[in-house]
Design a protein. Structure first.
Length: 308
């Protein structure tokens, strides 16, 4: 096999209370990548669609190519090269793991064409390198669910340990308001110290949320989707956050929060119809305020990247 086309999913990181350690993948949106293996060494970006010219074509500066270059060096396969055509089918800077999807798509495709020398777990550090290039911090709560699918828990970073969690039947409603919330800025406003009582509350919510996934206890899941540390600060960067949350919860959402560093917000539902109604109402409210938005409705993606 000399060429391949793959899809890698968008992700929701943090999942309200699980800052930097929890995340899950969704079926829509995501990125598509066409890759051709060539005999000439080097990774070449032939084209990028859907980025409005914002992403660099320099292979050393682009998430998707830089991850592959690092992989080839590690494997001692710098004798081969790849031509890449990337289709960004998701908004960038949205909090949906755009850079993670690109890195995962590239690594998954390259690994397939090279005969699968590495497992998905072994590919994870390379994806984290790409994430660090894109946003300055190589956290895994986006790249791990994009690579493995489903819900993932980052148990530790040193050593890196990732746990795949059960996936109950859920519908994820995503709304991306067209406002700018850079990841670096969203991280800088977070407090460096927290009260012990807040930390204890947060630990309880994280533990309860993980337990709810194993037991499929939707009521428990809803009670645990609360953040007393990060969301109260970050939510001020997102227009109408409280009103959108009220609409979602009023339509039966189990929980509502910020996807990654925002500005995308997400909510989880048992009912697809309620999820769609919630999205339509939130989008209509923003439209009246002159704020455009994209909406997506998806089940949890359990496969991660796939060959198209």
């Amino acid at each position: 096999m000399k060429s391949i086309k793959v899809f890698a999913p968008a992700t929701v990181a943090n999942v309200v209370c699980g800052f930097d350690i929890l995340g899950f993948a969704v079926n829509e949106p995501g990125d598509e990548l066409e890759m051709e293996m060539i005999d000439t060494p080097g990774v070449n970006i032939i084209s990028i669609e859907g980025d409005e010219g914002k992403l660099p074509l320099d292979p050393s500066k682009n998430t998707v190519s830089a991850s592959i270059i690092s992989l080839l060096k590690k494997l001692g396969r710098e004798d081969v090269g790849f031509n890449l055509k990337l289709k960004k089918k998701m908004p960038m800077g949205s909090g949906l793991g755009s850079s993670s999807a690109s890195a995962v798509a590239g690594l998954f495709a390259a690994n397939e064409l090279l005969g699968k020398p590495l497992s998905r777990l072994e590919l994870l550090p390379f994806a984290m390198e790409g994430e660090a290039l894109a946003c300055g911090h190589g956290h895994a709560d986006n790249v791990a669910p994009a690579l493995f699918g489903g819900f993932t828990l980052i148990k530790s970073y040193d050593p890196l340990e990732v746990i795949q969690l059960p996936v109950p039947k859920l519908f994820c409603a995503l709304l991306y308001p067209h406002v700018d919330v850079p990841t670096r800025d969203a991280r800088q406003i977070i407090r460096s110290k927290v009260l012990l009582k807040d930390a204890v509350t947060q630990w309880g919510n994280i533990a309860g949320l993980v337990s709810s996934l194993y037991t499929h206890d939707y009521d428990l899941l809803g009670r645990c989707m609360k953040d007393v540390i990060i969301e109260p600060i970050r939510s001020i960067l997102i227009p109408e956050f409280d009103n959108m949350k009220e609409l979602a919860m009023g339509n039966g959402a189990l929980g509502f929060g910020i996807s990654g560093s925002g500005p995308t917000v997400f909510s989880l539902f048992k009912s697809k119809e309620n999820a769609r109604k919630s999205l339509e109402e939130m989008q209509a409210m923003l439209n009246k305020l002159g704020i455009d938005s994209n909406i997506y409705l998806s089940e949890i993606n359990e496969k991660g990247p796939v060959i198209l």
